[in-house]
Design a protein around this ligand. Structure first.
Ligand code: SF4
Length: 363
């Protein structure tokens, strides 16, 4: 029999499991508190459950743990964690400090099959989907590393599903993970502090809006179909018209705008005419634009625009009344910046057990 990982079960799935052995619904809430507030690592520690209940759970379930293989710290304070999964695959999770927030960027797949040309994750291919438990456990493990003694989510204020993988290509597991992250008696993130970033799977964007309505970010990067199809193959399946139609059906307001991420590549999409096209494309939406000057990498030929080009682009968008932010790149020196995650084990030389997290560090 394959045992269930408790961390990946929603409240209703837990209730169902417990009903099978005649246990009350409220036991599910107790288990949720043990898993996400107390961060227990074994079922036997759940000491407000009866012994028979614990014994039954141990027979059918376990509490999975990602294993920390390596941590790297950038000069700007960004931290990148390499985790190993049960089958030996690896994923990366990035913690990004900013003035008033601490954002955790989590992965949803091992690799990615979307093939965006500017992305090293896409370049290394697709290995498998993450389970809801593996998605949620990135948060639990990093919270435990940040503050082994305290409870729940440590100081993590925001979660972005922007690490390895296309979240909407793993829809069912991502939806479950989001539901678990939102639990009041669990990790207690609010919808506005959970952001899902997608390359543009239009039907799933609509479904997400109907089911979950977390903050939405679209990785846009071009305002015409020809260039976008060259940069992002998904545009051949769902072109800009289809993508924008899906965005219009997403429940966004001026208080909860859709973020359009636009990586600026020198000489490709950074001209004033590109800014004009972008403004025309999304100007009628409750939108904000996140400009990301490309993080140069030796394996990619794209270049970052000059500062004056970036300023002119921003200026043009602002003249159209658009809300624009230019994102300062973080973690570039440890390959933790956008599109640079590959989940590779590199330069690991010694093994030390870490008593705080129960994980294993390789340095
Ligand atoms: S940018 Fe996102 S969707 Fe595109 S290949 Fe990279 S991880 Fe996948």
């Amino acid at each position: 029999m394959i045992k269930l990982n408790l961390k990946g079960l929603t409240r209703s799935e837990l209730v169902e499991q417990l009903a099978g052995i005649g246990k009350e619904r409220y036991r599910a809430d107790q288990i949720i508190r043990w898993l996400y507030l107390q961060r227990v690592k074994d079922i036997n520690s759940m000491n407000n459950l009866s012994r028979s209940c614990r014994e039954h759970l141990q027979g059918v379930a376990f509490i999975g743990q990602l294993v920390l293989l390596k941590e790297q710290k950038s000069q700007d304070g960004t931290r990148k964690f390499l985790f190993q999964l049960d089958d030996g695959q690896t994923i990366e999770t990035v913690l990004i400090p900013d003035q008033d927030r601490l954002t955790l960027c989590i992965s949803t797949q091992v690799g990615c099959r979307m093939g965006c040309r500017f992305c090293l994750t896409g370049g290394s291919g697709f290995k498998r989907q993450l389970t809801a438990a593996e998605i949620v456990d990135q948060v639990i493990q990093v919270a435990g590393i940040l503050d082994p003694e305290s409870r729940a989510r440590g100081d993590i204020s925001n979660i972005v599903l922007m690490g390895m993988g296309e979240p909407l290509d793993n829809f069912a597991q991502v939806l479950k993970a989001l539901e678990i992250l939102l639990y009041d008696d669990g990790l207690q993130f609010s919808r506005r502090r959970l952001t899902l970033s997608t390359c543009g799977l239009a039907p799933e964007i609509i479904k997400l809006g109907q089911k979950m309505n977390v903050a939405l970010a679209i990785s846009l990067n071009a305002a015409d179909d020809k260039l976008r199809s060259e940069l992002m193959p998904i545009n051949r399946r769902y072109n800009l018209r289809t993508l924008l139609a899906a965005c219009r059906r997403y429940p966004a307001t001026n208080q909860r705008r859709i973020t359009f991420e636009y990586i600026l590549f020198a000489g490709l999409n950074d001209a004033p005419a590109d800014a004009e096209r972008l403004a025309a494309l999304i100007g009628d939406l409750p939108a904000k634009i996140n400009l990301i000057p490309f993080n140069e990498h030796p394996e990619l030929s794209f270049r970052r625009p000059q500062p004056q080009k970036i300023a002119a682009f921003v200026n043009c968008l602002q003249q159209h009344g658009l809300m624009v932010m230019t994102r300062k790149s973080k973690g570039g020196d440890i390959s933790a910046a956008c599109g640079q995650l590959r989940g590779e084990v590199v330069n690991c030389v010694t093994i030390q057990p870490n008593p705080g997290s129960g994980a294993v560090f390789l340095r």
